[in-house]
Design a protein around this ligand. Structure first.
Ligand SMILES: CC(=O)SCCNC(=O)CCNC(=O)[C@H](O)C(C)(C)COP(=O)(O)OP(=O)(O)OC[C@H]1O[C@@H](n2cnc3c(N)ncnc32)[C@H](O)[C@@H]1OP(=O)(O)O
Length: 169
């Protein structure tokens, strides 16, 4: 399988926040943002693997900034690292200042997808080669995040999480 770069999977969704998508403070409902990010990440995973990809875990979501009604929201998803059958997707969320058009970072998230065949069985994905400094640093930290996710899911014994142990030794 031919290696790919993060820019091969880049997926950008731009949309507006409508009244039916807000909480009582008139900010974008968290679950709505999660769904939009899942959609963008799913497309990025598919662009990298050219396979059906299912969400395996949501590793991190930081709701750092509320997103008011009427905001123009841009979600950018890119594959940050691949393993054998799983892919880590990094998602950055921006809102646009109405008057200046300036992009303000609102949130970020990290999802893990698994490529599967038509029967739902995991299949191998192409390797990824990070290019920019940011892509390289996200790539380098991804194994640590994968191990943490597997430990929290009860799929990896903490004693086997070598990358996590290395942080404390
Ligand atoms: C787009 C959508 O919303 S899809 C709907 C929501 N998602 C789903 O319905 C998925 C339901 N879950 C599943 O189908 C399965 O649990 C799968 C396909 C995710 C994993 O299947 P498993 O039988 O656990 O397969 P297996 O143990 O071989 O793991 C496959 C890969 O997933 C990784 N993985 C599994 N669980 C996790 C987790 N919680 N966190 C990180 N990685 C995980 C494994 O480490 C492995 O990665 P690797 O091959 O790259 O090393």
């Amino acid at each position: 399988m031919q290696a790919k770069t993060p820019s091969d999977s880049i997926t950008i969704l731009t949309d507006m926040v409508l009244p039916g998508e807000t909480n009582p403070l008139n900010n974008l409902f968290g679950g709505e943002l999660l769904a939009r990010m899942d959609r963008a990440a799913s497309i990025a995973a598919r662009r990298h693997s050219r396979r059906i990809c299912v969400t395996a875990s949501v590793n991190n979501v930081a709701f750092n900034k509320s997103i008011p009604l009427g905001s123009v929201v841009t979600i950018e998803a890119k594959v940050s690292r691949t393993f054998r059958t799983s892919l880590e997707i990094f998602i950055d969320v921006w809102i646009e200042d109405r008057e200046s058009g300036e992009k303000i970072k609102a949130n970020e998230a990290i999802y893990t997808f698994v490529a599967v065949d038509e029967t739902g069985r995991p299949v191998e994905v192409p390797v990824i080669i990070p290019e920019t400094e940011l892509e390289k640093s996200r790539y380098d930290a991804a194994l640590r995040r994968k191990q943490l996710s597997l430990v929290l899911a009860g799929k990896l014994a903490p004693s086997e999480a070598t990358e996590l142990k290395a942080l404390f030794i």
